[in-house]
Design a protein around this ligand. Sequence first.
Ligand code: NAD
Ligand code: WQD
Length: 340
Amino acid sequence: MAKILVTGGLGYIGSHTVVELVAAGYEPIIVDDLSNSNVKILDQLSRIIGFKPAFYQFDLCDMQKLNEFIAVEPEIDGIIHFAAFKAVGESVRNPLKYYRNNFYSLLNLLEVYKTKTINFVFSSSCTVYGQPDELPVTENAPVKMAESPYGNTKQIAEEILRDAITAGEAQKVIALRYFNPVGAHDTALIGELPNGVPQNLVPFITQTAIGKREKITVFGNNYNTKDGSCVRDYIHVVDLAKAHVAALRLMENEGFKGYDVFNLGTGNGNTVLEIIAAFENTTGVRLNYEIGPRREGDVEKVWGDVTKSTNKLHWQAQLGIDIMMSSAWEWEKYIAENPL
Ligand code: NAD
Ligand code: WQD
């Protein structure tokens, strides 16, 4: 059974990917420092997959700890590197915190595995496109100047990975550019656990619906879109998780060499108001929302061209907006009744 190191494996996307790895016959080894996750997710995971996955708690920026880990887990076949800080606003206020964590963790991993043949999957983001000139945006679209230090860490990380491949310091790398991951596992045992006030739309919606927040503000209704609110490509986290298995499978082919990058979205855009309507319709819960001013730094509209991921990664999103909303809502209710 191939062993896959899942860094950040107790986080939102990482935990869902652990489930899909097990379903696909891989053995996940989780490394997480719990800086943005809860150790009880390990128990939740074992309820889904039937056993407790291997877990090591340490900060990947700590080279000594990483070397100690390698001494006890010398045989790793692949790495899915989720571990990073991801709060855009915080990255503007504390850029060094973001550059330090997101780069040192990546560089340490590349350094310790550079002489081994490891298939490496990297979590990138559609944020690298900024506001694209053409929609849907393809992987060939120019990378725009980053809007935030967080976005910059993704752009530079992609460059670091490409350079490492060119120089032979890494063998096979796939960067996955996620659009907007939402929703939760259908068991409602794992999902997104935002720290403090959620910055992202769907957790804000579910927290408002359950009464943790008084109301949700729609950030602008005067954009050049069908109803004036911003458009994004929302993708179910379970679909996203499955794409990581597809990426590993692709790299296992003899024919795959070097570096490649794929969009992970549905290929469709939805407005904020459509998402709110979908939430209300699928759950039957009315949302208290108001229209407010634009949020600084928001792009007007972005959605992905998924032709390349369909044809080369052999992966496509299956789950629609309704299941994204209903699963997010089931998770919010679960966590309200069963706080971790
Ligand atoms: P998350 O915060 O839920 O998960 C990241 C996990 O990594 C957390 O459990 C955290 O404790 C851990 N971690 C962070 N730094 C670490 C370190 N130095 N050592 C060990 N563990 C560390 O985030 P997520 O939403 O699951 O995102 C996963 C990845 O996907 C991140 O790289 C993120 O930038 C990227 N991404 C996320 C989104 C999104 O909207 N969620 C979109 C695009 C890309
Ligand atoms: C979605 C839409 C908001 C909250 C961010 C990062 C990006 C990526 C995904 C990691 C926007 C609107 C939101 C609210 C609202 N992460 N909104 N009221 O901004 O597309 O992307 O997460 O790589 O890098 O920037 O996601 O969920 O914050 O917003 O109207 O209370 O919802 O304006 O149009 P975003 P989001």
